[in-house]
Write a new protein. Structure first.
Length: 291
């Protein structure tokens, strides 16, 4: 395999990673576009210097649904692009400007834009993956599980190649604060805010990564979602990282300096670039615990 910067890094066992900054040069932001009329309905596109028919990763950042900006994640996007993928990072409207489900609806509009433009960006529209961290994982999971959001754009979750969730909240009721309850208000919307309620066995493949040291979003969120998908006959892989917390699991997606967390980037690469999503058992699902 050609080991230049625009080819996938090896996700093989044993680590085998090159110097963490290798492949960064040449992966760059190539476009900014609007997927709606609001200033926060914009996205950035990153890609390697060359290549076509690449997998596409739509990354939703976290921030408790109330903070964050796509430009804060430019370095992460370039590192993901260096795996050999087109990477899209959308903004979305935030609380208290809006409440649920508006930020998920913004996510659906961004995904529709990506599916319409993937080929022109050098991507493969049949290999569009959603990825998110924390609140962003919640948004991505709902888009992959609750078909109503993409249906508003004439699309279905079946058009997605897979979902990658880092430290995501998928089953977090009752809410632990009045602010969180208000974010997902009114009360009649609360149940619909929980991704776990929409598992039906027909979801695209899921890769769930969570750290045992996460004190912000308990790892039980990912475990319960993985078990629900397993029970429904869907496809999923759960990777439980003994030394990861809520924040270093995201850093490891870009720079796996610690060998104990190298599995994060390796799992993402295998899932997206080398077809790991297509190789997931159907059923049963898979579980891995890494110390």
């Amino acid at each position: 395999m050609n080991r230049s910067s625009d080819t996938p890094e090896s996700p093989g066992e044993g680590g085998g990673w090159r110097e963490p900054f290798a492949g960064l040069i040449g992966a760059r932001r190539v476009r900014t576009a609007a997927f709606g009329t609001h200033p926060r309905q914009q996205l950035d596109v990153y890609r390697p210097a060359s290549g076509s028919g690449l997998p596409v990763i739509v990354f939703f950042y976290g921030g408790r649904w109330k903070q964050g900006s796509r430009r804060q994640y430019g370095l992460l996007a370039r590192r993901l692009a260096a795996l050999g993928a087109v990477v899209v990072v959308p903004d979305y409207r935030l609380y208290p400007m809006v409440r649920f489900p508006v930020f998920v609806e913004d996510g659906a509009a961004a995904v529709d834009w990506v599916l319409r433009h993937a080929a022109a960006l050098g991507g493969d529209p049949d290999r569009v993956y959603l990825m998110g961290h924390s609140a962003g994982a919640h948004i991505g999971a709902l888009l992959a599980l609750d078909g109503r959001y993409l249906a508003a754009h004439g699309r279905t979750p079946a058009e997605l190649a897979g979902f990658i969730g880092l430290a995501g909240p998928y089953d977090f009721m009752p809410f632990q604060s009045d602010e969180l309850a208000d974010t997902f208000g009114p009360v009649e919307h609360h149940e619909a805010s929980q991704p776990i309620h929409f598992v039906d066995g027909r979801n695209p493949p899921f890769l769930l990564l969570h750290g045992s040291r996460d004190r912000v979003v308990g790892p039980g969120n990912s475990k319960r979602l993985w078990r629900r998908i397993e029970a429904s006959g869907g496809r999923a892989r759960m990777v439980f990282l003994e030394r990861a917390d809520h924040f270093n699991i995201l850093l490891a997606a870009a720079f796996p300096f610690r060998s104990a967390l190298a599995a994060v980037r390796r799992e993402i690469g295998a899932f997206v670039v080398t077809g790991g999503a297509q190789r997931l058992p159907d059923p049963p699902t898979d579980f891995m615990s890494l110390g």
